[in-house]
Design a protein around this ligand. Structure first.
Ligand code: HEC
Ligand code: HEC
Length: 75
């Protein structure tokens, strides 16, 4: 029986760690007029593309399909 509880604790720890790892810490798309009703990533790049005013950092992950990672606050 003791082993069963140890196993249970182990499973809970693994599930907890996986949950933390999967937690998305992607900044949410602000719900302001700049961001309302955009469905095409090309539009995002007009402001967030390289050289633009709000350019993404150089460390930004692959720059396609914005909505795969960034949730819109106003969706
Ligand atoms: C008209 C210019 C413009 C367009 C188009 C635009 N953005 Fe933005 N975006 C901004 C500005 C300015 C800010 C920063 C000010 C703010 O937080 O509202 C910002 C902030 C953000 C942030 C938050 C960054 C942070 O540090 O929290 C994300 C994420 C973002 N934009 C994603 C997108 C995506 C995805 C699209 C396309 C669907 C997009 N933006 C289109 C101007 C734009
Ligand atoms: C693979 C997931 C992923 C995709 C796809 C993605 N982003 Fe991001 N984005 C992130 C993460 C993670 C951060 C936070 C990076 C950090 O804080 O260093 C971020 C941060 C940002 C920021 C805040 C400024 C910055 O560079 O940290 C903006 C603006 C942004 N993303 C816009 C976009 C736009 C526009 C697109 C589509 C062209 C896009 N993202 C696609 C994951 C993604």
């Amino acid at each position: 029986m003791k082993h069963f509880f140890l196993f249970l604790v182990f499973v809970l720890v693994v599930v907890g760690v996986l949950h933390l790892l999967s937690g998305n810490d992607y900044p949410i798309i602000p719900a302001d007029p700049d961001h309302t009703g955009i469905t095409d990533a090309a539009v995002c790049m007009e402001c967030h593309g390289p050289e633009e005013e709000k350019a993404m950092k150089g460390t930004h992950p692959p720059k396609f399909k914005c909505f795969k990672c960034h949730d819109a606050e106003n969706k």
